[in-house]
Design a protein around this ligand. Structure first.
Ligand SMILES: Nc1nc2c(ncn2[C@@H]2O[C@H](COP(=O)(O)OP(=O)(O)OP(=O)(O)O)[C@@H](O)[C@H]2O)c(=O)[nH]1
Length: 887
């Protein structure tokens, strides 16, 4: 081809390639040898010039065969020349005005010619373009191929002279047939910047989509209509336990993974939500279990939705896959916990952090009697038994606050009001943030177990026959008593009692009667001692009696005598009356021994002596104590005889008005003269541990005689109330009121004329019988007087409660008046107190004029003492009354 034709030809060819020129355009080819031929260039396939139909017999560019030219005649040559010029001009125009950039390059890729569009695209002029390598002008190829022109078409990013970038699509068409050598070529260049922008935007969108899919916790899988995976995210791969490649190649029916239904049976492939969706185009969801390669099973919630093809059939299905394994496990745990709560044999109660009941189980209802409806919304306080102090609950909550839990036994109240013991465990529950959210209480009814424990404990410590403490419990109590006594510097008495000739009872009446007798003896022994004392069965017919806080060990003999007396009456057993007696050995702590074993051994030794002394008696371990006890026993016997023969005496001592000496009452004192002890107050002598019957007899005798005397004074016109001391112990007995009533009635004395004096400690005694006695005496109309006042202090509040009429200040206060300003101050306070309470105050023991003056100065109006009157006999008393009554 002639050189000048090349641009036109290649322009046409390039235009054809680019589809810009209509197929079938005519042009002339100049053969290399000179003659011309007109050819028709026909694009046959796309942009590749693979065939030419040549007019005028010229063949060019056929894939096989060479270009041949045919010679023309001379006239025709001139005409052809003219045509060629026209054609050339036209082709040049076409070349220059082509809408695509065209560059003619030699075999080395050096640009030989370039059209205007090419220059425009690469942003350079002809001078800067021609003679430079095409690659240099185009910039950077987008292809990753080793040589950018390996492909016929490639994209280039071209940095133009003005520094702007343009994306170019460059097509390269070699000129000539391949001979293994490089050929010149035509490069057609199109601006695809706009296309490249769209592709980049598309790629950006795809990138975003993939990024979003990648961040999803849920798996996403897109399948085509055949069920093949066309898209998936990493979460899907993770959920299935597959790598990305396996997931991409995954097909449900491939058997790569095993799928199960919720019931554990294999999952049919066509029941998969995705398969159903592909079938009917509807959305489907469901739970699918997948047995993974690592052996674990994950539970999946699969939701599938179709992507519909224009013809209305599903072209693809997108499944979102959520791993609900943990949720299902949590649900399973919850279901289990729920069942465990409902079926627990232990009661369970769940409350809010504020303590309001949220839930209880059937065992709670069984144990407490309350249904769920009755307690929900309430606090557990409705179960409170009232058996525990507030401090108990304070400790309980303190433990929960400190350690988060509490365990222990607690008494609660059933709906029917009965008490039950529960073994309770309370735990505080905190939420994920560590905040207290609930309390859980679990408890079981241990009432029966507690009762059994108590029974077992009782059996371990008590004698089954008599119910008394056994030797173990007694040993324990003895140890404690000794420690306390050491601390408080008090005495402890231990008595060892053994029935006399008990063997004979067994032998003559049988063992069963012997047993019954032992029980009877046990009851009598218990009746003889105070609650604070202990009686225990040591063995066989041996008993121990512990008196843990006796002020005076000498009184132990009185208790022993009382016990012997109590046992002297025959015991009724099965219709028979069995006579029995006992011997008692007494040992004192710390006088006789300083430890329990030695004390017991000494009591046993004393018992041996009591047996040796003929039985039915007691013996102290210390001989001197025995002599004292014997003397006391003898005195009591004589006192009984004196009482029986009315040989006791009365002494009288007036209670006077200090200002004018008026007698306001006459105190009567019972006196008895013993050859050994001299003048004694019998009631005081018998005192606390003496025989109650003897005490009662003395009080009865004194009250009767006092009332009779007072009645005589009244009859003689010198009536003043008579004051009688009643032993403290007598106030604990019901009989006192009757004895007083009888005495008043027998003497015909108005009750207001009798004053009953009681020791102050009576007011401290918690025995309810004392309040009853005092109230009944007050209703009877007698006046009540507190004797020995000032020896205690918390009795003050009871003065008014019992309607006390007069306080007699103890003589010890009066005695110290002259020497001690303190005593004076105490007395002043007492007198003021009496006045404020509207109770008469009398000072006892007014023996000196100094005392008299001080008492008067303190405002005390009443006194009694040797300065005023010595105790006197009845005749003298009457005389004194008469003279006092005289104007
Ligand atoms: N019925 C009965 N008898 C018992 C029981 N335990 C021991 N004995 C009997 O009590 C009697 C105790 O006798 P002793 O204390 O040794 O002698 P005694 O006959 O009481 O004579 P003295 O103690 O010397 O006055 C024995 O015959 C024992 O068999 C018991 O639980 N029930």
């Amino acid at each position: 081809m002639h050189k000048v034709d090349r641009p036109g030809f290649f322009g046409i060819a390039a235009s054809l390639i680019a589809g810009l020129c209509a197929s079938g355009s005519s042009y002339v080819l100049l053969a290399v040898t000179g003659p011309w031929a007109q050819s028709r260039l026909v694009p046959l396939l796309g942009s590749a010039l693979v065939g030419l139909s040549i007019a005028g017999g010229l063949a060019w560019g056929q894939r096989r065969g060479r270009h041949r030219s045919r010679p023309l005649p001379a006239d025709d040559a001139a005409s052809a020349r003219a045509q060629i010029d026209v054609s050339e001009a036209r082709f040049r125009d076409i070349f220059e005005q082509a809408a695509v950039g065209i560059a003619l390059c030699d075999a080395d890729g050096v640009v030989e010619q370039a059209n205007a569009r090419f220059l425009d695209l690469v942003g350079r002029n002809t001078h800067e373009t021609v003679g430079r390598r095409l690659e240099t002008l185009l910039g950077t190829p987008e292809t990753t191929a080793p040589h950018p022109f390996e492909h016929a078409t490639a994209s280039w990013r071209c940095r133009r002279a003005d520094e702007t970038d343009v994306w170019l699509q460059v097509s390269r068409t070699p000129c000539g047939e391949g001979t293994g050598q490089a050929l010149p070529f035509i490069a057609t260049v199109q601006d695809i910047t706009h296309l490249h922008g769209a592709a980049a935007a598309l790629a950006e969108e795809e990138h975003k989509l993939r990024a979003v899919l990648g961040t999803l916790g849920e798996g996403v899988i897109m399948r085509d209509a055949d069920g093949r995976v066309v898209l998936h995210n990493t979460a899907a791969a993770r959920i299935f336990g597959l790598d990305d490649a396996d997931t991409a190649a995954f097909h449900i029916g491939s058997g790569q993974l095993r799928f199960v239904r919720e019931d554990g049976e294999p999952h049919a492939i066509d029941e998969f939500p995705s398969m159903q969706t592909l079938r009917d185009g509807e959305a489907h969801s469901g739970v699918v279990g997948v047995a993974r390669r690592d052996g674990s099973t994950r539970w999946l919630w699969v939701h599938s939705k179709a992507i519909m093809a224009p013809e209305g059939t599903p072209s693809a299905v997108v499944s979102s896959i959520a791993d609900i394994t943990r949720m299902r496990e949590a649900e399973t745990r919850l279901r289990l916990a729920d069942r465990a709560i409902d079926h627990s044999a232990d009661a369970i109660m769940i409350t809010t952090a504020e303590g309001l009941i949220l839930r209880v189980n059937p065992a709670f209802t069984r144990i407490t009697g309350y249904s769920a409806d009755e307690v929900i919304g309430h606090t557990p306080a409705l179960l409170r038994s009232g058996q525990h102090e507030p401090a108990f609950y304070a400790t309980l909550w303190e433990s929960i606050r400190r350690t988060g839990s509490w365990q222990g036994d607690i008494w609660n109240r059933h709906k029917d009001g009965s008490l039950f013991a529960e073994r309770l465990s309370i735990s505080a529950v905190r939420d994920a943030s560590g905040r207290l959210s609930h309390y859980v209480a679990v408890f079981s009814d241990v009432t029966e177990a507690r009762a059994k424990e108590q029974r077992a404990l009782h059996m371990a410590h008590h004698d089954p026959l008599t119910g008394l403490p056994n030797r173990n419990l007694m040993a324990d109590r003895l140890e404690r008593a000794l420690s306390r006594a050491t601390r408080d510097q008090r005495q402890v008495v231990l008595m060892f009692l053994d029935l006399d000739r008990f063997k004979e009872v067994n032998d003559s009446h049988g063992h069963a009667v012997g047993d019954a007798l032992l029980k009877g003896v046990a009851r009598r022994l218990e009746d003889c001692v105070r609650d604070s004392d202990s009686v225990a069965r040591q063995a066989g017919d041996e008993f121990l009696i512990l008196l843990p806080d006796l002020e005076d060990g000498g009184r132990a003999g009185q208790v022993a005598a009382k016990i012997l007396s109590a046992l002297s009456a025959p015991v009724a057993v099965e219709g028979r009356h069995i006579a029995i007696s006992a011997s008692i050995g007494i040992a004192l702590f710390p006088t006789d021994a300083r430890d329990a074993d030695t004390l017991l051994a000494h009591a046993d030794t004393a018992l041996y002596h009591a047996k040796g002394a003929g039985r039915n008696t007691f013996r102290y371990f210390t001989e001197s104590m025995n002599a004292e006890a014997e003397r006391r026993q003898r005195v009591e016997q004589q006192l009984r005889a004196a009482l029986a023969h009315d040989r006791l005496q009365l002494a009288f001592q007036p209670l006077r008005h200090l200002a004018d000496g008026r007698i306001v009452a006459m105190e009567i004192l019972c006196r008895w003269r013993d050859s050994l002890f001299g003048d004694i107050d019998p009631a005081h002598f018998v005192a606390e541990t003496g025989d109650v019957a003897l005490l009662e007899a003395i009080d009865r005798w004194t009250l009767a005689r006092a009332c009779r005397e007072a009645a005589r004074w009244h009859a003689a016109g010198a009536g003043v109330p008579v004051a009688v001391n009643v032993s403290a112990r007598h106030f604990r007995r019901d009989s006192l009121v009757d004895i007083v009533g009888d005495a008043l009635a027998d003497a015909g004395l108005p009750a207001a004329q009798l004053e009953i004096e009681m020791p102050e400690r009576i007011l401290h005694d918690p025995d309810p019988q004392i309040a009853t006695t005092l109230n009944r005496l007050k209703r009877l109309g007698v006046r009540l007087v507190v004797d020995e006042f000032g020896t205690g202090c918390d009795s003050l509040t009871r003065l008014k409660a019992y309607g006390i009429d007069r306080l007699k200040m103890d003589r010890s206060l009066t005695a110290g008046l002259e020497d001690s300003p303190d005593q004076q101050a105490i007395m002043n306070a007492m007198i003021a107190l009496g006045h404020h309470l509207d109770i008469e105050v009398l000072a006892e023991g007014v023996d000196t004029a100094g005392q008299h003056d001080r008492i008067m100065a303190a405002g005390c109006r009443l006194g009694q003492g040797r300065l005023l009157d010595a105790p006197m006999n009845p005749a003298a008393a009457l005389d004194r009354l008469k003279s006092a009554a005289a104007p």
